[in-house]
Design a protein around this ligand. Structure first.
Ligand code: AVJ
Length: 326
């Protein structure tokens, strides 16, 4: 667990956890931010989610990268050489496809994964450098939602920033817009952003992706409570909360909640907090926005990028859009 490591950054993260939980559990309706899902156990569960038959997002985006690697890289590079940055270190499985393509073209490439988690970055570095020796990994420990600064670009080299996996979907529209504008500000003319987003589709497909038969998403959702038990000495009984995933059509988002099965009181001594839950009272743990065709391009324009191309799968379930800085 990160809290037991004597790293200054781990201490910062733990202060961040404490204040987010204090704030979120005091709100009505109660809520907890989705970045709290990703401790070590949560990251492992998310990895399992990406392999579920119902969770179409990861394999659909991967299929797009497998089908159009040259078009994507041609469009981003316009013949120049590229360095690759990525917001969120992720499992780097899809990133590997693009990195291998860039390495094959230029001989070598620098990859800068940006993440708040030093352990996620270390894992990404090991994986990538082990598999593609011509990639130099330069991890950046940074909370990209609070500000973003890249290393100075090499002369003549263009930076391609990856923000894939529909990670942007966790943010409400105003926050998503602010984040994309921050990315734009950190870039130079010639640089580009590759944005991967999940598209609106039939409700049953959407719901199944967040309500898998094997219960992995439920375990992922409940792990959040187990994490608070581990890190804040809270006494949540995760099984006393039901996993709920619903489609909010008006807001075009899947919502995940943890619903108290009974009246119960939870103690969080580290925060000097005691929270009473009524039966069926919910904690809102995640929004996952789904976009209409054309919307990723609009978001890019709003942030100051020029949309250059969009690639999608045969069913138009997922879109990958490239925005250029002019
Ligand atoms: C990593 C935010 C893209 O919203 O689909 C998966 C997280 N939550 N199953 C998503 C998630 C439940 C995922 N993102």
């Amino acid at each position: 667990m990160t809290t037991s490591l004597p790293l200054p950054s781990a201490e910062l993260i733990s202060e961040k956890v404490a204040s987010a939980v204090r704030e979120g559990l005091s709100l009505r309706p109660r809520r907890l931010p989705p970045w709290l899902f990703y401790d070590e156990a949560g990251s492992r569960l998310f990895d399992q989610i990406t392999k579920l038959p119902e969770y179409y997002l990861t394999r659909t985006e991967r299929a797009i990268f497998l089908e159009f690697p040259d078009q994507i890289l041609d469009c981003a590079s316009e013949g120049a050489s590229l360095s690759i940055a990525e917001l969120g270190a992720g499992s780097a499985d899809k990133t590997r496809l693009l990195l291998a393509g860039v390495a094959a073209r230029q001989g070598a490439v620098v990859y800068e994964p940006v993440d708040v988690s030093p352990s996620a970055l270390a894992a990404a570095r090991q994986r990538i450098e082990g598999e593609i020796p011509s990639v130099t990994v330069a991890p950046r420990v940074m909370d990209y939602t609070n500000g973003l600064k890249f290393s100075p670009a090499l002369c003549g080299e263009r930076r391609l920033v990856l923000y894939i996996g529909s990670s942007i979907g966790n943010f409400e529209p105003a926050d998503a817009a602010r984040l994309l504008r921050r990315v734009r500000t950190a870039l130079q003319p010639g640089d580009a952003l590759l944005l991967g987003v999940d598209l609106v589709k039939d409700e049953s497909t959407l719901l199944a992706a967040y309500n898998d038969a094997a219960g992995v998403t439920a375990a992922f959702n409940r792990n959040l409570l187990a994490r608070l038990n581990r890190e804040l000495a809270a006494d949540f009984n995760p099984r006393a909360f039901a996993h709920r995933a619903l489609w909010n059509a008006a807001q075009s988002r899947i919502e995940m909640h943890l619903e108290s099965r009974v009246a119960q009181t939870v103690l969080l001594p580290a925060l000097d907090l005691r929270v009473q839950f009524a039966p069926a009272e919910r904690i809102h743990t995640e929004n996952s926005y789904k976009y209409r065709p054309g919307q990723p391009e609009e978001m890019l324009i709003d942030a100051g990028f020029t949309p250059a191309a969009t690639w999608t799968d045969a069913q138009s379930w997922f879109a990958v859009s490239l925005g250029r800085v002019e």
